[in-house]
Ligand binder design. Sequence first.
Ligand code: SF4
Length: 303
Amino acid sequence: METQELQREIRRLKEEKNAVILAHYYQRPEVQDIADFVGDSLELSREAATAPHNIILFCGVTFMAEIAKTISPQKTVLIPYPGAGCILADMAFPKEIEEAKGRHPRAKVIAYVNTHAQVKAMADIICTSANAREVMEKTPGDEIIFLPDRNLGAYHARSLKGKRVILWNGYCPVHQTITLQTIEMVKEKHPQALVVVHPECPPEVTERADFVGSTSQLVRFVEESDAQSFIVGTEEGTLHQMRKKAPEKELLLPDPVPLCHQMKMITLERVHKALKDEVYRVEVEEDIRRKAEKAIRKMLELR
Ligand code: SF4
């Protein structure tokens, strides 16, 4: 089927089955275009928690679909390609966390949303890149184990007062490829461009940036800023919404282009099959689900 025909058929199936399609900013443009809601992890978690539909079709990586199932266990949650994992989430496992807790018994565990459900179940609270700072500040006690993204943790720990932050040694390989050198190479040719980056980028990049924020915060910044030109330090899919919201702005990417191959595993063909056949169902073991839900809801209740 051609792209438009597939999109039409997906929209028809969506109505017929009372399904909602949630898509992350890093999805392919044609997938974002059939979604009911495009957002970052925090926004998508909130949307999944309140969606009145029978079926949630999640266009993203597996941990995101797991969150939807964790907070809406009565609903059918589908992911079009169950092999779409997150390499960062694969950097923290329960046994290592148990050991870290043993070494730091007073510390509260803050798990970034990019973790498996078993890891969330061991955390005191979850955070996303949009609210990590707030979660760190509001978590009681003076010691935090922050996992798994060392760059996001270090970015906020720099200015956090009165708390010791123990950083995990994980990182997102996509944002790790964004270096000071690759940013400066673009800046040399476009000296007027503002540098806007995601906090998963290495510390020397976030220090150099004019603005640091989650994907939705970056989209909003580009849309609302008076500047005309931006060097964008995050996954390239984000530019699709930036172009829609601010078509007159110049958007530049570092070379190599930051691209998450896991996110791009979700294609229109797979979305179509997922809706038509109601596959692949996401399940989370009940004991883990209940514990993970508690940590996620603590985050969602923060205002
Ligand atoms: S961009 Fe990085 S953190 Fe996000 S899903 Fe891909 S590997 Fe995981």
